[in-house]
Design a protein around this ligand. Structure first.
Ligand code: WTA
Length: 644
């Protein structure tokens, strides 16, 4: 860790919406009087029926119940669109930048209104009603935002599935959400390559059923259309009226489900509701990014992840911002692409992931320096801890030393940012997400649940609720309780390790459970293991993370083959492809080590600690191996560890 500290630049201090003093004062109030604080903040959105109650929360393990603004009603699409029409109908809401640099589109709030209404009417015409789940499996095209907002408009619940997921992963999510309608595109385009989204949906629907598939045209590729099930969006849109009144939706009615990986079992459908989520997404978007009227704001995430939900679509649009949506990748056609897009659209605020920064850092300074980037005022980071070296490069090279970096810590489950600097208030320490946002009460606990004071390191829990918090796991409240509220009863357990320094800054150290973070994507080791053992030649598998220069963590798989099967390079490749097919390219192992045996305790439990150390090439630090049923397997693993 570095001891370097960057004071708030004077210009930022002078213009601050929230300076250091105000932060301290508001923070104190937000935790002392959450009802007063959030009751006021909630006025930033428009309500249909005003709420009279603010926070009604129990973190009691026997009765976890979370409600905010429970008796109010509103509509998220109305807040993101209709509310802005009287004064910003002609302002650009979405700038779409295609994968191909010659393609871009500007969508005004008026046009967004028309498009979302049409989409909502198409959904209605296909029988979608309030509370129904709609699966969205689209590339990064404006229709992804239209489809999400169309669901919100009629009170349907969207479940966006990242376009990089395989048919199997998609099928599991369609089934779990009991979703009758799937929205997809003929193909997706990224980095000059096409991906067969509609074909993937067809493959998924061989395993699970859905009544209706709506297919948006992106490339015009010829795709199979199953009569009575598959419909072209463009044809359907012509048949419906162009206006669609928004539904009145309860503050605690669901807005979306988003599947995310945990340490055990299948991915969980994390459920977010309406009122509190929107208040939290909008307020954090404004204050953490210091969003100002007229700014062009760009978050490079995909809408398939929570970052895309909260900080491409809902937060920015609720604030009437111009949000940029990018279809492509950072290195296509060249490694200058991000910076060229910034110049092309005069981006003021830029929010990306450490893995992208590290990859671009590897390409040197020249591809950055040949662009201007003078429009940029603020930089952001999300998804994993940012190493101080990447932070410094981002600050010095990309931001030319003038732009604060907001390192934002949060999770799918938190709905919005919980720990981050406020650029006009917080001095920056490279690698630290710094201080809690308003209303957020982080605590660091030891393994026994003792709350640690002052400078310390342990597990990160949050002592009380915030409005954007997930309310449950779809269809499995017990799993929600088990996962987040039993390790430290009465507190929300994040699954992250964390250090707090003497200045009260928080430094996230990474996951302490069996979740690995690969290029900012969360993957459960158990998920990858079950994909591997589904292969007929695999008897057993154990997966751990290991430090990876660009991805943050890489995937290291130990595989025991069925009796009589010989290890080979070909089989190694076959297994990598198999995981890709079962889950996604992002889950494919970087290293596969064929292991005749895995280190187990006498009761048969795999000793992952040892496997992690071997993967990290730290053979000297294996610790006590005397409890192993057969200590000799460890020597074998070390001897046969693949180079690299
Ligand atoms: C990690 C993404 C350090 C963390 C918004 C968390 C981070 C997990 C940061 C959630 C950060 C996210 N610094 N670690 N700024 N942001 N993480 O659900 O381990 O995809 O638990 O949400 O990413 O990942 P998720």
């Amino acid at each position: 860790m570095t001891d370097k500290i960057y004071a708030v630049p004077e210009a930022w201090r002078n213009e601050a919406r929230v300076d250091a003093e105000k932060y301290a004062e508001l923070y104190r109030r937000s935790v002392a009087d959450p009802d007063g604080f959030w009751g006021e903040q909630a006025q930033r959105i428009e309500w249909i029926a005003p709420f009279t109650r603010v926070k009604e929360v129990s973190f009691d393990t026997h009765n976890v119940a979370i409600e905010w603004f429970g008796d109010g009603s509103t509509n998220v699409a109305m807040n993101c669109i209709d509310r802005h029409l009287p004064h910003r109908a002609d302002q650009v809401a979405i700038i779409w930048e295609g994968d191909d640099p010659s393609l871009s589109r500007h969508i005004t709030y008026r046009e967004l209104h028309e498009q979302v209404c049409r989409f909502a009417n198409v959904l209605k015409a296909h029988g979608v009603r309030k509370g129904d789940r709609v699966t969205i499996y689209l590339p990064m095209i404006p229709e992804a935002a239209y489809a999400m907002l169309a669901c919100a408009r009629i009170g349907a619940v969207h479940s966006v599935v990242f376009g990089g997921f395989s048919p199997d992963a998609l099928a599991g999510r369609i089934e779990d959400a009991q979703s009758d309608v799937v929205i997809t595109a003929d193909e997706g385009v990224r980095g000059g390559r096409k991906s067969p989204l509609k074909d993937n949906v067809d493959a998924a629907l061989e395993k699970v059923s859905a009544k209706t598939v709506i297919v948006v045209t992106r490339t015009g590729a010829k795709v199979d259309m199953k009569p009575g099930r598959d419909f072209r969006y463009e044809d359907e849109a012509k048949k419906v009226p162009e206006d669609c009144p928004y539904a009145e939706v309860g503050a605690e009615d669901p807005l979306f489900i988003l599947y995310t990986s945990g340490s055990t079992g299948k991915p969980k459908g994390v459920l977010h509701t309406t009122g509190g989520y929107l208040v939290h997404a909008a307020l954090t978007h404004e204050l953490v990014f210091d969003y100002r009227e007229g700014d062009v704001y760009w978050c490079t995430a995909d809408v398939g992840w929570v970052t895309g939900h909260s900080y491409i679509v809902y937060g920015p649009l609720a604030n009437g911002a111009t949000t940029l949506m990018f279809e492509g990748v950072p290195n296509y056609p060249t490694v200058s692409r991000f910076w060229e897009v910034i110049d092309k659209h005069k981006v003021d605020i830029f929010y990306t992931a450490p893995t992208a920064i590290r990859a671009l850092m590897g390409a040197g300074e020249e591809p950055v320096k040949k662009t201007s980037r003078k429009s940029v005022r603020l930089l952001g980071s999300v998804g994993e801890p940012i190493n101080p070296e990447a932070w410094e490069w981002y600050h010095r090279v990309v931001g030319e030393g003038r732009c604060p970096i907001v390192d934002t810590w949060w999770q799918t489950e938190t709905g919005g940012i919980l720990i981050a600097p406020l650029p006009g208030a917080t001095a920056l320490k490279p690698g630290s997400a710094s201080k809690p946002f308003f209303g957020v009460q982080p605590e660091i606990v030891d393994a026994n649940g003792n709350v640690l004071e002052g400078a310390c390191e342990g597990n990160l829990v949050i002592a009380d609720s915030w409005p954007g918090q997930a309310r449950t796991v779809f269809g499995d409240h017990e799993r929600f309780v088990q996962t987040y509220f039993t390790a430290y009863p009465g507190k929300y357990f994040t699954g992250d390790g964390c250090r707090r320094d003497a200045d009260g800054y928080y430094w996230i150290t990474g996951r302490v459970d069996d979740v690995i973070n690969v290029s900012g994507h969360r993957l459960g080791t158990a998920e990858i293991e079950s994909a591997l053992v589904a292969h007929e030649k695999v008897a057993e598998a154990a997966v751990v993370g290991f430090p990876h220069a660009i991805k943050g963590q890489g995937i290291y798989a130990y595989v025991t083959l069925m009796g009589g099967v010989e290890p080979s390079e070909r089989l190694r490749k076959e297994l990598v492809d198999f995981v890709r097919k079962e889950i996604s390219a992002i889950a494919s192992p970087d290293v596969i080590q064929f292991a005749p045996g895995l280190p187990k305790t006498r009761s048969g439990k795999i000793m992952r600690r040892i496997l992690r150390k071997i993967a990290e090439n730290e053979f000297g630090a294996l610790g006590d191996t005397s409890t192993l049923a057969d200590p000799s397997v460890v020597d074998d693993l070390i001897k046969n560890r693949p180079a690299g």
